[in-house]
Design a protein around this ligand. Structure first.
Ligand code: ZN
Length: 172
C-alpha cells in the first residue's frame, strides 16, 4: 500500500520518535508499505516520521533496479561514529519529505550500525561506509526530528529559503 508522505512543515518530522517495544506483524506490514512507498517515490531510505508515525523504524535500499533490490528494515537503529580515522565528506542529499531541494551535507564517512530486523534479530554492522553510512545517518536524523536542510550551508539555506517557506505554508 502506498502511504501518504509527510512533507516539510509537518509536525511529525520535528518530533523525536519513540522506540519500538515489540515487533508485531502490523509493524512489519507498515515497514513493507514504507518500502513500497519509497520505491514508488524513487527514494533509497525512509523513516517512519516521513509517513506521520513517530516510531523508531527505518527502511533502506540502495539498489534502485527492481530485480536487484535488497531492502533492509531497521527497528530501533543506532548509529555510532567509527573511532579513529573518520573523515567528514560533503555530498549532495535530497529527501522525499523535502521535494525539489538538493544540497551538500557534511557527514562522517564511517559508522557502526546496530538494529533489530523484521525477524527480531539484532544485527550489528561494523565499519559501514559510503552511501549506506550517509543514508543511515540521514534516516537516523529523521528519528530525532532533524532534517538535512538543517545541516546545509548558509548559502544553500538562503537559496532555498522561499521554497522551504512555501512548503511549510502548504502544511498549515
Ligand atoms: Zn529524508
Amino acid at each position: 500500500m502506498i502511504l501518504q508522505l509527510s512533507t516539510y512543515g509537518s509536525p511529525a518530522l520535528r518530533k523525536k520518535s519513540e522506540p519500538v517495544k515489540e515487533i508485531t506483524p502490523e509493524l512489519v506490514k507498515l515497514a513493507c508499505d514504507m518500502l513500497e512507498t519509497m520505491y514508488e517515490a524513487n527514494g533509497i531510505g525512509m523513516a517512519a516520521p516521513q509517513i506521520g508515525q513517530n516510531i523508531r523504524l527505518v527502511v533502506m535500499d540502495l539498489e534502485k533496479e527492481e530485480d536487484e533490490r535488497k531492502p533492509i528494515i531497521l527497528f530501533n537503529p543506532e548509529v555510532l561514529l567509527a573511532e579513529g580515522d573518520n573523515p567528514i565528506e560533503s555530498e549532495e542529499e535530497g529527501c522525499l519529505s523535502v521535494p525539489d531541494i538538493w544540497a551538500k551535507v557534511s557527514r562522517p564517512t564511517r559508522v557502526h550500525l546496530t538494529y533489530t530486523n523484521e525477524k527480531g534479530e539484532t544485527i550489528v554492522q561494523q565499519n559501514v561506509t559510503g552511501k549506506l553510512a550517509r543514508c543511515a545517518l540521514h534516516e537516523l536524523d529523521h528519528l530525532n526530528g532533524v532534517l538535512f536542510v538543517d545541516k546545509i550551508s548558509m548559502a544553500d539555506k538562503a537559496m532555498n529559503a522561499s521554497k522551504l517557506k512555501r512548503m511549510a505554508k502548504g502544511q498549515q
